[in-house]
Design a protein around this ligand. Structure first.
Ligand code: FMN
Length: 435
């Protein structure tokens, strides 16, 4: 299903809210989206642009699961399977994303949102970025980009990302920032796989896609995207980037980041700009969800049976993971902690729970901590290791952090009180009350 078809589909189901009055890309659209989160909204009358804007489209796992027509529990195996069985997308010549080829580049004509009061500028936050290295081939990832002229952005490129490796190697890179994508493409772009693996093949395995050669650069881009911003990123031409809200909902600092010069814009007829609120649910889901299969697989590799993983929004969908295991030996909890850290090295706190705990209910996890955990024997402390640069409490500049694993599983043999939740009698409640 393309982006457009998806909007039609949720509109037909009555799930898409419409704002028809004029709204500004400066603060207003982001404010409405945040207040209405997770309701999908289309803005039909953006003040500063001829284009419509849609946002809050894929804010929850339930929405993403219903897009793929699977149960939320099937998302981890679905993504693992797509990575293992990736496949080449179909290449086409006439693509919707190239219906209109703009003759001049003027970024002011696009509804690039100014999200929060202290932001450094208008930001693209939803773009899937395609680039290519002569040896490794194509790569997909996300890079926010702050507009600072009619044709230029500064774009945040975290060290260690494949894009960063490519740029260090090549000094300049052709890029395509693709806006208006469906979850198969967005999840694939957010997945970290070995360098040289074109994530469009993961997107295609999740749901078949078509790709087309970009208009002015030698890159294959999703044919049904709404907008393609083509151009070049320069390693040594830098510009201030920030402040901007990051995943933790706190402000990221201003840095000198590489310039992205837009040389060509292509788009669909009546194109719709995709908004994605920084630090909000949709951003969190896209960051955390692709880490769940990697944690799941690494825990299983330790010999402990992993049942489910939740990289939960309360932990910024990045810094915490709750891992459910089928405990068979007393060592399983600690083994699972080490496995989980191996599956997501940016994670700071790992919580291992039994199968009777609901990993999607923070109260249930807290209950396990309150009743099954002892700090002196059930905790693994990994002092000062490289963690996440996003964590405001990590050592500034070095991302060094203390990681902790909490084994919240109950002992296999209870020596004192029972660890089981007492069952109350089940009754037919309707019998007792007059409606
Ligand atoms: C919505 C969203 C925004 C992101 N923004 C950035 C960003 O601005 N800079 C960056 O380096 N990574 C950003 N990321 C993270 C990476 O793009 C992502 O983790 C990706 O998997 C890295 O791909 P790679 O392993 O191919 O390098 C973002 C991820 C998401 C989901």
């Amino acid at each position: 299903m393309g982006f457009r078809e998806y909007l039609d589909d949720i509109d037909n189901k009555g799930l898409l809210k419409k704002v028809d009055i004029e709204v500004s890309k400066k603060l207003e659209i982001a404010g409405i989206l945040k207040q209405m989160e997770p309701t999908p909204i289309i803005f039909n009358n953006a003040k500063e642009s001829e284009f419509r804007v849609a946002g809050n489209l894929f804010c929850t796992k339930n929405v993403i699961a219903s897009y793929f027509k699977v149960d939320p529990n099937d998302l981890i195996p679905m993504l693992s399977n797509a990575i293992l069985n990736s496949s080449e997308p179909e290449i086409i010549k006439n693509a919707p994303c190239q219906e209109i080829i703009e003759q001049n580049v003027d970024l002011d004509k696009l509804p690039i949102l100014f999200h929060c009061e202290k932001d450094g500028g208008n930001y693209i936050s939803s773009a899937v970025v395609v680039t290519r290295d002569p040896d490794y081939g194509q790569n997909l990832d996300f890079h926010r980009a702050m507009q600072f002229s009619k044709s230029k952005f500064s774009t945040r490129i975290v060290r260690g990302r494949n894009f960063h490796t490519f740029l260090e190697k090549n000094d300049e890179l052709d890029v395509a920032f693709c806006v208006g994508n469906t979850p198969n493409i967005m999840i694939a772009a957010a997945t970290s796989v070995e360098i040289g693996f074109d994530e469009l093949m993961i997107a295609n395995a999740l749901e078949p896609i078509k790709v087309v050669k970009a208009n002015s650069v030698d890159l294959m881009v999703p044919a049904e995207a709404e907008f393609i911003l083509e151009g070049r990123v320069f390693k040594d031409e830098k510009h201030a980037e920030g402040p901007f809200v990051d995943l933790t909902e706190t402000y990221d600092t201003i840095r000198e980041e590489p310039v992205f010069e837009v040389k060509k814009i292509t788009h669909r007829k009546n194109a719709i700009w995709q908004a994605l609120l920084p630090g909000a649910l949709e951003h969190k889901i896209l960051m955390g969800m692709p880490r769940e299969p990697t944690i799941f697989n690494k825990v299983n590799e330790t010999g402990v049976k992993c049942l489910d993983v939740n990289v939960n929004p309360g932990g910024c969908s990045w810094l915490h993971a709750i891992v459910q295991i089928d405990k068979k030996t007393e060592e399983d909890g600690k083994k699972a902690i080490y496995g989980a850290f191996a599956g997501h090295s940016s994670c700071k706190h790992i919580f291992i729970v039994d199968k009777d705990i609901n990993i999607y209910d923070p109260l249930s996890v807290e209950w396990a901590m309150a009743t099954r955990f002892q700090g002196d024997t059930r905790m693994v402390v990994k002092e000062k290791e490289p963690g996440s640069s996003l964590d405001p409490s990590a050592e500034p500049g070095t991302k060094m952090t203390t990681k902790i694993g909490f084994d919240l599983t109950k002992p296999l043999v209870a020596k004192g009180k029972s660890f089981e939740i007492a069952e109350f009698p089940k009754v037919d409640i309707k019998k007792y009350f007059n409606e």
